[in-house]
Each structure stands twice: as C-alpha cells, then as structure tokens.
Ligand binder design. Structure first.
Ligand code: FAD
Length: 321
C-alpha cells in the first residue's frame, strides 16, 4: 500500500475515482461491478465517502476494506468529525490500519442533521485541522492524509452565493487550508467547480502562500439536471452563464444532459491539464459511463468499449451473511 501523493508522478497524467456507499445490498454489489471495470483503467486510487453525520460509518469501513483487499485498488477512506467522539475516530483508524489502508481524507463534515452550524461532540474535534493533528499525533507518518480545498472558499464563508466569497473570506479560507497542510496533509482534493478560471486562480493563490502539496481538481460530470441544481445550490458553486443557459435548453432530455456533461468535463480537464496540473479526480456518483468517456476523450485510457454489456451476475437476494 502506497500513499497517494507518492504515486502522483511529475509529468505523467493520472486520475482517480470517488464513490459513495449505496443504500441497499444490491446497490453495493452493483457498485463493485462498476468499480471492477473502472479499476481496470488503472486509477492511482479510489475513494469512498463517509455518509453525512457518520450515517454510513460501518458500511464505509466495509466497502473501504473490500476495495483495498479484494478489488486491490489503493483506497482512500473519507472520515468526518460530525457525531464522532474521539474514541470512534480512533476505532475507525485502527480498523483501516488493520486491513492495510494507508490513505485518509480528513474532513470536518457538515453540521449534524437539523442544525445550521457545526457543533463538535463533547470533547470532539471542531474542524478538519483538529483531525489532521490528531492523526499525526497518534499515528505518526503511517497515514497519507488528504484534506478538502475550496476553490471558491468554503460555503460557510460565502454570505451571498450570487456574489461569491469576499476577498477577505477567500483569503482567510486559504490561510486555514495552509494550516491543514502545515499540520501534515499531503494532498488537497477540491470541492466541485464549473469555472475553470477560478480553479486555476485558487491553484496559483495556494502556491503563492506556500502550499506546495498536490492540488487535485475534483470534477463532477453533470449527469442529471436536478442533481446538478441541488449540488451547486448546496455548495454555493458559481456556474458560468453559458453553462446555465446550455443546460436550461436541454434540461428535460437526460441523454442530452449526460452528453453535454461529458463534453463539458472533458473540456474542463483539458484546460486544467494544459495548465500543468497532472491529476484529475472524478466524482463518479457511482456511475461509470461518463467517467470512462471523459478519460477516453482525454486520451489517457485506451480501448474502452462503452457499449459493452454488463457481465451477468446472479441476482442478490436479501443480505449477505
Ligand atoms: P474544515 O476544513 O474544518 O473547514 C470548515 C470551515 O471552518 C471552513 O469554512 C473553514 O474555513 C472554517 N475554519 C475552521 N477553522 C478555522 C480557522 N482556524 N480559521 C478560519 N476558518 C476556519 N462530507 C461528508 O459528510 N462526507 C464525506 O465523505 C465528504 N467528502 C468530501 C470530499 C471533498 C473533496 C470535499 C471538498 C468535501 C467533502 N465533504 C464530505 C463535505 C465536507 O464535509 C463539508 O464541506 C464540510 O462543511 C467541511 O469539511 P472540511 O473538512 O472542509 O472542514
């Protein structure tokens, strides 16, 4: 098992895939089918999210274990502080260590369900910085630690989504990001964005204040109009006017949305790669087609037959014992 920043090589384009824990056991099996196919494209790592408020803790741990030990892909498990007493965090870290996982995406998490502001559990961590410090203090250099970065500033720092973050709030968020890196984070993965200029500005602003770790753009291909609206509203993401206009015209046509999403993400990645960033992280939403099509168009994978039927698998009934 290798830390992900060690497998990002200068001058070589690499990519990775994010998944989330499905709600049903059938969903889990479907996910592993898709993952098998995506892993055959040789991502340098895959990551699995930690459900909001810790809702999927056990499942995330199980999926991460199976990814690392059965799928045999370098796995990064997300871990958040929401509703997580320190003992639970320690327990999760021990479990992943036992199965050979070395990469953690250390997050604060969103406020617990029904609350507007983040509240730490008693004696628990208030922010991702606390978690990064804790992991380093307790486990030394064992874990490769990644943290989240926000090209447009974290949404809590944005009072008016139509105007975006003020220069002060943006700068404060950037300095805080640097403190996460100074505490031991070795990679930054960004929140989704659709304005490439903003990402490139964020990238150079990070470099300017001395953040020198890999900054990995998180790309979410648009595959569904309502989902896109929900995500960009929740994250207060700036959507360039031409993208909004193009989507308005086709919003009732799922196939058109998907192919627009593939084109857009491909063009975004091309601009980012041309600017010298050599890793792209795809938010797959547990789907494979868009991710495959984007990578194929970028020329970083070969021989992908997108029309290939799914392999036959026996139907799954009930829970696995
Ligand atoms: P932090 O880094 O702690 O930052 C939170 C806020 O506090 C920011 O506004 C920050 O600027 C501010 N802040 C904290 N301390 C200071 C300080 N000292 N000075 C100034 N400002 C400070 N959520 C999930 O529930 N599960 C997931 O698996 C998950 N995966 C994610 C993956 C990525 C790549 C990203 C970008 C987000 C993910 N999220 C996930 C969402 C994330 O949990 C939320 O965005 C959450 O609100 C913030 O988490 P964080 O780790 O960025 O928090």
């Amino acid at each position: 098992s290798e830390k992900i920043h060690q497998s990002m090589k200068e001058g070589k384009v690499s990519f990775s895939f994010e998944f989330f824990p499905p709600k049903t056991q059938d969903g889990v099996e479907n996910l592993f089918d898709r993952m098998d196919r995506l892993v055959s494209l040789h991502p340098i790592f895959c990551d699995i999210t930690w459900g909001a408020g810790g809702s999927t803790a056990e499942l995330t741990l199980d999926i991460a274990t199976r990814m690392q030990t059965v799928v045999c892909v370098e796995t990064m498990m997300h871990l958040t502080c929401t509703n997580m007493p320190v003992e639970k965090i320690d327990d999760a870290l021990e479990k992943v260590k036992d199965v050979g996982i070395t990469n953690i995406l250390a997050l604060r998490g969103d406020p617990p369900h029904g609350q507007d502001t983040f509240v730490a559990v008693e004696g628990g961590f208030r922010c991702a910085l606390d978690l990064v410090r804790h992991i380093r203090a307790k486990h030394g250099d064992y874990f490769g630690i990644t943290v989240a970065g926000y090209p447009e500033a974290h949404p809590e720092k944005i009072a008016d989504p139509s105007a975006g973050a003020t220069a002060e709030a943006y700068h404060e968020d950037l300095l805080y990001l640097k403190s996460k890196v100074d505490a031991g984070a070795e990679v930054i993965v960004t929140q989704l964005f659709y304005d490439v200029e903003r990402f490139l500005k964020f990238y150079s602003d990070c470099r300017e204040i001395g953040i020198d770790v890999p900054i990995v753009p998180g790309i979410m291909p648009i595959s569904n109009y309502n989902g896109f609206k929900r995500m960009t509203t929740f994250c207060k993401t700036a959507v360039p006017a031409e993208i909004s206009a193009a989507l308005e015209d086709i919003k009732d046509n799922d196939e058109a949305i998907r192919s627009y999403g593939i084109n857009l993400a491909t063009e975004m990645c091309k601009r980012i790669l041309a600017a010298g960033v050599n890793h792209v992280h795809l938010y797959t939403l547990n789907l494979e087609r868009s991710a495959m099509a984007i990578l194929e168009r970028l020329g970083v994978i070969q021989d992908v037959n997108l029309a290939r039927p799914l392999p036959w698998r026996p139907p799954v009934s009930g829970k696995r014992s």
